[in-house]
Write a protein of this length. Sequence first.
Length: 282
Amino acid sequence: MPQVRSVFISDIHLGTRACQADRLLDFLREHPSDYLYMVGDIIDFWAMNRGIHWSVAQNTVVQKVLRRARGGCKVFFIPGNHDEALREYSGIGFGDIRVEAEWVHETADGRRYWLVHGDEYDQVTRHHRWVAVLGDVAYNTLVRINLWLSRVRRVLRRPGYWSLAGYAKQKVKRAVNFIFDFEASIAHAAHRKGVDGVICGHIHWAADTQIEGVRYLNCGDWVDSCTAIVEHLDGRMEVVRWGVPRAYGAAQPVFDRADLPGLATARMADPAASSGISRRMP
């Protein structure tokens, strides 16, 4: 029997060395579901153009998703910008996996959530592709450095998980402004559609907050933070940070939109510190 009704994951970036496929496999084993939504950037064709890294664990992720689809789980693939080549198959699908450019999911308690990857609401990706590709290379470099730092921290027996990419986002005001602008833009679009909420990915920043009366949920990623969204059997939505010690969450700051000029006053807590987000150890 499924432990949760729905699972939402995004930004796995299969085909890259930074993909944390082992943790994702642990998460999927612990969360059988009736619905599985893959909300974009599942396969990283951008990075694979520069070089392919395809591990046994990454192959197992693909096989596990296919088995879930064959076993009756309703699997949806909503392509993102890194796997945008698959958007031409929207409405067609691959076997038991349905491909859609966007979708509306109705929860067990009757709420309607618009599912979209979100790159259409990122002005850099939309209008300055070369800048987005350069930024992607820089981000992947930070993540790879972080993998090395994590090994050093384990050798030194330093407690807790520390994210270099997350630290950079927290400290660079321009990055924080970008996140808030993206959230406001996509929430505004969801408000116009008349849905109760939006579930997206793209910016690798898990979140659960209210904007313009719309519940904004971001899946995060499986490169750096290892986060996902689950819908419980009663329709309750939760963001889960997988495999990160609880001590990590206590040290994270809380951002307030009112602290940044030109932004709405709605609050956005850091994923690990938000009351709607839990941390699970596999």
